[in-house]
Design a protein around this ligand. Structure first.
Ligand SMILES: [Zn+2]
Ligand SMILES: [Zn+2]
Length: 299
């Protein structure tokens, strides 16, 4: 499998002199194996991915899995040129939103209503089909693709591809599950027994994500914050470096790539954090990279 990062930024595109090296486009990763092309998320990075595919394939056929429909994961799709060309064919898969109940098709169509964009998605030349994805098996073999729900303010899925003995996991946006009552979020007095039961439940949910990633050759993972930044952004739905380092160790993965960089993070800071964290990855037996636009990893 050839995995390429086209957009590595979280939340909003950030072009400029401080983001030239890592890149300012939002989430998009492609995976190529055999004749198959799978794309994860359609942030602004999908524009360059589309141009690459057009130069290489005729027609272009791909499956696009959307982790969730926050803007930074879908806003590039109207600029994905292969979707305008008759003869090309795409399957777009993604979760049905818990909030508002929109299917992936409805959510994708919403952003190209005339209030927002001049061309409706229904007018595009390529054939586009939609698949609603839920946790569990999505495709059973060659490759096996499974999904796992992760903790984010919107319904969000992580995806795992297994092909010819190799495993890639695309994490989507998320923070670890936590016991919101233990954190005193709602100010109520809560029975200790109930709290302990919830602690066990939270632990189980977090263990499920470790199991989902277990033994992966390569993981692309939301690492937007430092631990200090996370303290002020609990509940915003993103991970932090220190937790993710422990997480990577628990999964026994071979290689983890931190992505969804905070829009405020400069190239110099990303280089510095990468340098600081790598020795710990070395000691614990996995490779660590901070995603840059154009990063390619073959597994
Ligand atoms: Zn995001
Ligand atoms: Zn999000």
């Amino acid at each position: 499998m050839k995995v390429t990062w086209w957009g590595v930024r979280g939340s909003v595109p950030v072009p400029g002199k401080d983001t030239v090296a890592f890149g300012g486009n939002t989430a998009c990763v492609s995976v190529e194996f055999g004749e198959r092309i799978v794309i994860f998320d359609a942030g602004t990075g999908i524009r360059a991915c589309g141009n690459y595919l057009l130069a290489k394939h005729k027609p272009v056929e791909a499956t696009i899995f959307i982790s969730h429909t926050h803007w930074d994961h879908i806003q590039g799709f109207p600029f994905f040129v292969p979707a305008y060309i008759p003869g090309n064919r795409f399957v777009i898969g993604g979760p049905v939103s818990d909030v508002g109940g929109k299917t992936i098709r409805q959510a994708m169509e919403l952003q190209t209503r005339y209030e927002h964009f001049p061309v409706r998605i229904e007018q595009l030349g390529a054939r586009i089909e939609y698949v609603d994805c839920t946790e569990g098996i999505i495709e059973e073999e060659r490759p096996t693709i499974t999904a796992c729900r992760v903790n984010h303010p919107a319904t969000c899925l992580a995806y795992r591809i297994e092909h010819e003995g190799k495993v890639f996991v695309y994490g989507g946006d998320h923070e670890p599950y936590r016991n919101v009552y233990r954190d005193g979020d709602n100010g109520e007095e809560i029975d200790e027994e109930f709290l302990t039961e919830l602690d066990a439940n939270v632990e189980e949910q977090n263990r499920k994500i470790v199991d989902f990633c277990s033994g992966a050759d390569l993981i692309s993972w939301d690492a937007q914050y430092t631990k200090d930044e996370y303290r002020n952004k609990i509940g915003w739905g993103h991970g932090w470096y220190e937790y993710n380092m422990e997480f990577a160790q628990k999964t026994c993965a071979g290689h983890i790539v931190f992505t969804h960089h905070d829009p405020a993070r400069t190239d110099a800071q990303l280089n510095e954090y990468e340098k600081r964290l790598r020795p710990s990855a070395d000691i614990n037996g996995f490779n660590l990279d901070f995603a840059r636009e154009g990063l390619v990893v073959e597994i």
